[in-house]
Design a protein around this ligand. Structure first.
Ligand SMILES: [Fe+2]
Length: 452
């Protein structure tokens, strides 16, 4: 179908949009006629809903059991994915040995490559563990008392909700020990340098943090459906690498994380948007408090059921490729005082350094530090560039646009042959990093990338 059809749209009585002709090919009804599903590009692959469909067919998605408890949990049926102590344990006894906690970097690499995870033994010293665990417990209690406790509404599919699991989010704002962990500071986490090395080898040295939270699982919940943290795209190298810090001893009985060893490889071999080859059964992790698990984001996993009376505390921090979207929008949520005192390393990990992606008004196409812009917004001083034209007023053309004072704007200011008016007053960031000469910034950024 082709040709032109007259079209008149009216914005309002005072400002009518002129009559214009839109080619008939662009009309919604004709777009629909020309889009039968069997002619569409990749719709059939998108609709395949893989690998989720395979996870459901292979029994890794929680569905309430009619014979189960009030949450639909049936601990007697050995065929259910979350009952890992029977045939699943026997399977892995014959197909292991599975990773055990170790400090040996070469063993950790082998475990990560082969099974999709590794366990770093005593990643935290006893004192470090006590400090960070105490902070989590106190913060969680405080949030409950303030009425801002974030409880996961468990019991999916049962029509009931439970409050068995508490999430404590945005830990960057809630304690120096958490910020130290985000920087892998050995004073906070003694295995920090080894962890950074593994991150550099997996997601790469430019990683950013997608979120950092604590998950506290108490009695009465239901098992999480197994999932991949990095989403549905299967790649040979990790897109995401997760840290799970066990703040209590964990095992099957208190909701130790369930994981399907080698699933990262099987999923990659199965391909994208295709049915997944048969996966082996899940195991429940067993580890002492202070152990840190590093996990490829492709590895299938989920939280187990806490059957004990004591809450089970873990920390979860995932690092991703710098071009991925983060779970937490740190440039919005980071506390101003934390932001003011953040190191370059922390700024980089929390997306305050634009590097082609994640900039503001184009500032960030080259490495640019965005802290000053966020501070200008906090102070109500940020001036955005809006609609301009040759008929714009002097006031509009000479306005104190914040962009003028960024590294990008400052560089661009040296070549503005058509500028009609000099800007009256430049906004000045009080961020010392923002005022560092550009060459120096590049040098510092380079150093921060390679710093161990
Ligand atoms: Fe997860």
């Amino acid at each position: 179908m082709s040709g032109k059809q007259g079209c008149f749209m009216e914005k309002d009585q005072q400002n009518p949009i002129p009559t214009q002709e839109i080619p008939t090919e662009f009309l919604p009804e004709n777009v629909k006629v020309n889009s039968p599903e069997d002619e569409q590009l990749y719709t059939h692959l998108l609709k395949a809903n893989e690998p989720r469909q395979s996870f459901a067919e292979q029994g890794f998605v929680f569905t309430p059991s009619p014979k189960g408890d009030e949450n639909g949990v049936d601990l007697d049926d050995d065929s259910l994915y979350y009952n890992t102590q029977g045939s699943a344990k026997e399977y892995w006894a014959a197909h292991g040995p599975l990773p055990a906690p170790t400090k040996d970097l070469r063993q950790l690499r082998n475990d990560f490559r082969e099974f999709g995870y590794c366990l770093i033994e005593e990643a935290f010293s006893k004192e470090q563990l006590s400090t960070i665990r105490t902070r989590v417990v106190e913060q969680a209690a405080g949030e409950r008392l303030a009425g801002v406790g974030f409880h996961y509404a468990g019991g999916a599919g049962t029509g009931k909700t439970t409050h068995a699991t508490q999430f404590v989010t945005s830990l960057a704002n809630k304690g120096a020990c958490f910020r130290g962990f985000m920087e892998h500071d050995p004073a906070v986490v003694q295995a920090g340098p080894l962890i950074e090395q593994l991150l550099n080898e997996t997601v790469g040295p430019d990683f950013i943090i997608t979120s950092f939270i604590s998950i506290i699982a108490s009695q009465g919940g239901h098992p999480q459906s197994l999932h991949q943290d990095s989403g549905a795209l299967q790649t040979e190298t990790p897109l995401l690498c997760n840290h799970l810090v066990f703040l209590d001893d964990v095992d099957y009985f208190n909701g130790g994380t369930m994981i399907v060893p080698r699933s990262h490889k099987i999923l990659f071999q199965s391909g994208n948007h295709r049915p997944v080859k048969q996966l082996p059964p899940a195991i429940s992790l067993e580890a002492k408090a202070g152990t840190l698990m590093m996990m490829d984001g492709h590895t299938l996993h989920g939280t187990g059921i806490n059957q004990t009376e004591k809450p089970r505390h873990i920390l979860v921090m995932a690092c991703i490729k710098p071009w991925m979207r983060t779970q937490e929008l740190f440039p919005f949520s980071l506390d101003p005082e934390v932001l003011a005192n953040a190191s370059l390393k922390l700024l980089k990990r929390l997306c305050f350094i634009g590097n082609g992606i994640g900039g503001i008004e184009g500032h960030g196409q080259e490495p640019g530090i965005l802290r000053g812009m966020r501070q200008a917004m906090d102070a109500g001083n940020y001036v955005r560039i809006g609609g301009l034209s040759p008929s714009s007023s002097k006031e509009e053309l000479s306005r104190d646009y914040t962009w003028r004072s960024t590294t990008t704007g400052w560089r661009a200011s040296m070549n503005q042959p058509e500028r009609r008016y000099p800007p009256e007053k430049l906004w000045e960031s009080d961020d010392p990093l923002e005022q560092t000469p550009v060459d120096e910034r590049h040098k510092v950024l380079q150093e921060s990338t390679t710093r161990r």
